[in-house]
Design a protein around this ligand. Structure first.
Ligand code: SAM
Length: 355
């Protein structure tokens, strides 16, 4: 089958086999990429119109007990300036976000034992009590089922946990002993079972990644059927074992965004900060490739530069939540508009209608 035929099959059936994915990744031409982008953009418009959902990102702690080889806030990075916001700081970020029109707050952090699970539950409860129409998304890594359940009971709606790579050997290459793909995947299934809207995802071009690994990522996403998928290019951080590794490709990230849009047509798909860091117009190009979410930064300015997952992470100016008007201007220049509602997954609304 030609690569053009593969793209049309993907659009028609939302499925390719592992071998077909690999052929598409290895053999596609510029013309194929253009066809794929156009189909993905159309699909996003079918389900979401020209509306782009926004989420206010609050990076509340950069302490982490893990030592992932790619990550700038890994435990072993003695040069990182560590910070932890208080619940009051987080609520102040939410107040600012609420004033700016955000209806989803994403609380992201390292796996920080110093911010206890109980404190996080109390914080979630306070946010939900004060901002009744908002959604809370968590991204705080791997926890036992009972803890995930307590986050859900406290009112958290969504959970982002990138699987990072669906190939066990590649997972080993990116993570120290003690972390496993099996456990990461188990966490995702548990989160889904509890009732969270769940987000998985991976870095594009992480060290050692092959097209076969990416094909496995696509098959895993298809199997999991997450509500959200977060992908962005791998970008090296100077104080990690991967400092000298080349960054992931912007073009390949855009290509994969379009593939994911066609495979999971209704998925919530952010144009990520990493994509915006890799290319100045990365977020806009991500949206044109089928993404439908942006996550401007709501963290206090004083700590923003310390949540440095990779070198040169954009952390002043237009990526910030305070520049919503500027973001709106950029989006309207390409025919899109910011949406002001919570932006729940259409899959959840469908489920509610059925029951
Ligand atoms: N601790 C939580 C977890 O494990 O999911 C959330 C924080 S973690 C820093 C968020 C995401 O940042 C990771 O899932 C990873 O994909 C991404 N990330 C970390 N280092 C990166 C790098 N060097 N380049 C691109 N993305 C990176």
């Amino acid at each position: 089958m030609s690569t053009q035929q593969l793209i049309h099959q993907l659009a028609r059936t939302q499925f390719l086999s592992a071998a077909q994915w690999q052929t598409l990744f290895a053999q596609h031409t510029q013309e194929d990429a253009a066809t794929l982008t156009a189909l993905a953009q159309n699909t996003a418009k079918t389900y979401f119109g020209n509306r782009i959902y926004t989420r206010g990102l609050i990076e509340f702690s950069n302490y982490c007990r893990n030592d992932c080889y790619y990550c700038g806030i890994r435990r072993g990075n003695r040069l990182a300036r560590r910070y932890r916001l208080t619940p009051e700081d987080i609520l102040a970020c939410c107040r600012e976000g609420d004033r700016l029109g955000f209806r989803t707050f994403v609380l992201q952090g390292g796996e920080d034992p110093g911010f206890s699970d109980d404190l996080l539950c109390q914080t979630i409860e306070q946010i939900k009590a004060r901002f009744v129409s908002c959604a809370v998304t968590l991204s705080v890594g791997e926890r036992p089922r009972s803890v995930y359940q307590s986050f859900f009971d406290a009112g958290a709606d969504r959970y982002l946990l990138r699987h990072e790579t669906a190939n066990a050997q590649h997972y080993r290459r990116l993570h120290p002993p003690g972390l496993s793909l099996e456990h990461r995947k188990e966490c995702l299934w548990t989160l889904k079972d509890i009732g969270f809207q769940v987000g998985a995802g991976f870095m594009v071009g992480s060290p050692g990644q092959t097209d076969a690994d990416l094909a496995e990522d696509m098959l895993f996403l298809k199997e999991l059927e997450p509500h959200m998928v977060g992908i962005g290019p791998f970008l090296p951080h100077s104080a990690t074992p991967f400092a000298a590794c080349p960054p992931g490709s912007t073009e390949k990230t855009l290509f994969l965004l379009s593939c994911i849009r066609l495979m999971l047509p209704q998925v919530l798909l952010p144009a990520t900060t990493a994509l915006g860091t890799a290319a100045a117009d990365g977020r806009e190009r991500g949206i044109l490739a089928g993404a439908n979410v942006v996550m401007p930064n709501l963290s206090p300015l004083s700590v923003r530069k310390n949540y440095m997952l990779y070198d040169n992470k954009i952390c002043t100016g237009e990526e910030s939540a305070q520049s919503v008007a500027q973001l709106q201007k950029h989006l309207s220049a390409i025919g899109y508009a910011l949406a002001v509602d919570r932006g729940d997954s259409p899959l959840v609304k469908l489920k509610k209608k059925e029951s």
